[in-house]
Design a protein around this ligand. Structure first.
Ligand SMILES: Cc1cc2nc3c(=O)[nH]c(=O)nc-3n(C[C@H](O)[C@H](O)[C@H](O)COP(=O)(O)OP(=O)(O)OC[C@H]3O[C@@H](n4cnc5c(N)ncnc54)[C@H](O)[C@@H]3O)c2cc1C
Length: 377
């Protein structure tokens, strides 16, 4: 029998909801608090594959399905074959994550998990299709696109893709090396690339990815993957699994929807890196920061702040939204002129000002200055 009041209510039991619940339950500081997770789905499928880079051993190491230390970056007339050191590129299958988290969470008496669909969150009350729950604090990972589409101030691109796990007849992948971004696919006026993660020499996950405003017909993504594979000595291939993503790339102020007792988390909280769409490792880090923040007893609206990286992303998205075909050239210049280690640190928002200055110098600054002037005036 569920109660009506909980100290913390977490809406959405996906990546951010489960990880936040796990971190709270594992911290003795919160042991007397009651926590409710409301999730609409049974999370029993591998609906996504999360990848991220990290140095050394991370908190979720036991869940890593595969990791790589070598990568390729490819663009027109440019190919860089590089070591990812000091980072490792790591993969987590979402089903392993959901099962492991739910299994761990089931051992905490303070936590209740229910399968209901949230209809609204207002004034500390979460209403589902079945009943209402009062929460001392509410954390919502329910991503609603309405607020994004109704505003014009921040352009919204999508990182959209279909990913297919394929099995080839002949060995044709280098199992130790990922294709981080391969821009040698027709750009058709957008930013388009192939991303390839090999499990072994016959099996890989390929994602045909765009950074653009509008999604494509499903067939276009799978045709592009087939076309890419047809240039390799596959001997034929079979599709084993498929997943799709539509991740917002925007500097829209998701945080303005927070209040003293409501915080949006995960993609819904703007935790996705606007210029790349990477979110998972940020969820990992931000849930840790959030747990520390909660101990201070401050209003939730004070969690997180904008910094210079938000501003770099703002200009990047402004430039890419204005001229969507620019992406291949921007990434190519970045990889041509900077070491991958510096680039990954920059994308992690842990670079020095000197690193950032070097990266800026790689670009044709005219378009960034024009974007900056537009923002100012
Ligand atoms: C296919 C795919 C691949 C991705 N790959 C990567 C990657 O490689 N690296 C990376 O960094 N990021 C990746 N991302 C982006 C991001 O990491 C994921 O989307 C991640 O799952 C975001 O976590 P979240 O908690 O914000 O959202 P989710 O994990 O989607 O969790 C939100 C939860 O809310 C639930 N929900 C929604 N509406 C309601 C409602 N009304 N009531 C109750 N529950 C509700 C949903 O069922 C879901 O479980 C990928 C995304 C997708 C879709």
């Amino acid at each position: 029998m569920t109660k009506n009041h909980y100290d913390y209510i977490i809406c959405g039991g996906g990546a951010s909801g489960l990880l936040l619940a796990y971190r709270i339950c594992n911290d003795p500081y919160f042991k007397n608090l009651s926590i409710l997770i409301i999730e609409k789905d049974i999370k029993n499928t591998n609906d996504r594959t999360w990848c991220f880079w990290e140095s050394g051993t991370g908190d979720l190491e036991e869940l890593i399905h595969k990791n790589w230390d070598q990568a390729n970056f490819t663009a027109e007339d440019f190919k860089l074959d590089f070591s990812l050191q000091p980072f490792h590129y790591k993969m987590i299958r979402s089903l392993d994550f959901y099962q492991s988290m739910n299994n761990k969470l089931s051992k905490f008496d303070q936590l209740t998990q229910i399968k209901e669909k949230v209809k609204s969150i207002e004034n500390g009350i979460v209403t589902t299709e079945i009943k209402s729950y009062h929460g001392g604090m509410i954390f919502s990972s329910i991503y609603n696109t309405n607020s994004l589409t109704l505003q014009k101030k921040y352009p919204v691109l999508l990182q959209h893709f279909i990913g297919q796990v394929v099995q080839t007849q002949k060995p044709c992948f280098d199992p130790n090396k990922i294709e981080f971004m391969n821009f040698n696919v027709p750009q058709k006026g957008n930013t388009r690339f192939m991303y390839l993660l090999p499990f072994n020499s016959n099996k890989a996950l390929l994602e045909y990815t765009l950074f653009s405003k509008n999604v494509l017909e499903r067939k276009e993504y799978s045709d592009a993957i087939a076309e890419f594979l047809n240039q390799m000595p596959t001997g034929g291939f079979e599709i084993l699994e498929e997943e799709e993503g539509k991740i917002p790339m925007t500097c829209y102020r998701f945080d303005l929807k927070n209040s003293s007792n409501l915080l949006h988390i995960g993609t819904a909280g703007g935790w996705t890196k606007p210029s790349t769409g990477y979110t998972f490792q940020r969820i990992n880090e931000k849930t840790k920061e959030l747990v520390d923040f909660l101990k201070k007893g401050e209003p939730l609206s004070r969690f997180g702040k904008r910094d210079r990286f938000w501003f770099y992303d703002l200009l990047f998205i402004d430039v890419l939204a204005k001229n969507n075909a620019q992406g291949a050239d921007l990434f190519k210049r970045m990889f041509e002129k900077n070491s991958p280690e510096v680039i990954f640190r920059f994308l992690d928002e842990k670079s020095s000002l000197w690193d950032e200055f070097q990266i800026m110098r790689s670009f044709n600054l005219k378009q960034f200055i024009s974007a900056l002037l537009k923002r100012i005036f």
